[in-house]
Design a protein. Structure first.
Length: 299
């Protein structure tokens, strides 16, 4: 620490330390840096966590909330590579492959005895304080309620042609051959559909969003009060169907309205913008934004 400069960067994602069960050492390090009057820069990745006073924390799970102190950053995952251009379909094709069940004994017990209204689920999904204080098991209950609601509403939308594959359980605990099969199925679903659902899981982030954009497809982003990273020269609405979770029962209307305004050339341009936005958010490009934020915060 004596040799450290004015700015100290936590060397890995916070989630990595939790995965190794080294969170106590992590928090000791963070307090030590801040106690030395240095600026601490931390990357959270896929957890719900509040920054310490004086810490610059970049997170993929963020909220549009006056109490939000984390800075929105993309979840850096796989680049699927821009796929072969897909022509504009006559009927909007909507795909999704992902976990919906999040099975656990606790969640099954809660769902057996408690009936959650739509307004209650919306409040739980969008609330910063609640999500930052619930443990992972209870946030998975939120994920299950949110995702089941979305999938059910998409299936009801008669104007959409859907390809929805629901999964449950832990993908990473599966045998390698089955993981490879499911991954290939996931990528194929993105390739063959024009629109792909992107929604929160057990935190208010969305890995799926970045992978959909990397393939040059149009995300149907279900907004649970999420603060997204700023883009240069474009807006998320330019290439993304944004559906407030409270309006998910009208998802067919949102997708159709977006689809109807596009000519064949416009559709191709929107797909191009989706990929271009992903390129902006890649680490070697987004790091410029990170350095600007750090410089502004330490001046």
């Amino acid at each position: 620490m004596a040799d450290a400069g004015k700015i100290v960067v936590t060397p890995n994602y916070i989630s990595s330390y939790y995965g190794l069960k080294k969170e106590r050492q992590l928090h000791k390090f963070r307090r030590q840096v801040l106690g030395s009057k240095r600026t601490l820069v931390t990357f959270l990745n896929c957890l719900e966590c509040q920054p310490y006073q004086g810490e610059i924390l970049f997170a993929s799970a963020t909220y549009r909330d006056k109490k939000e102190k984390s800075i929105p950053a993309p979840p850096w995952i796989y680049d699927l590579g821009e796929k072969v251009n897909i022509p504009k379909p006559s009927i909007p094709t909507v795909g999704f492959v992902g976990n919906v069940e999040y099975p656990s004994r606790l969640n099954s017990l809660i769902l057996r005895y408690i009936k959650f209204s739509d307004s209650m689920v919306n409040w739980m999904a969008c609330n910063l304080f609640l999500n930052r204080n619930l443990n992972l098991g209870l946030r998975r209950l939120i994920a299950r309620l949110v995702r089941k609601k979305i999938i059910n509403e998409v299936r009801k939308a008669e104007n959409l042609q859907t390809s929805l594959i629901e999964r449950k359980g832990d993908f990473f605990s599966l045998p390698l051959a089955e993981r490879n099969r499911q991954r290939a199925e996931y990528i194929e679903n993105i390739e063959k559909n024009a629109y792909i659902l992107a929604m929160r899981g057990d935190d208010n982030g969305c890995y799926h969003l970045g992978e959909v954009m990397s393939a040059g497809r149009i995300p149907v982003f279900i907004d649970t009060n999420k603060s997204l990273p700023e883009l240069r020269g474009m807006k998320w609405e330019d290439f993304c169907v944004i559906v407030p979770f409270s309006e998910v029962h009208r998802i067919g209307d949102y997708v159709q309205a977006f689809h109807d305004q596009l000519s064949d050339d416009d559709f191709a341009e929107v797909c191009r913008k989706s990929r271009a936005a992903f390129d902006q958010l890649l680490p070697h490009n987004f790091v410029v934004r990170i350095l600007e934020i750090i410089a502004k915060s330490t001046n």
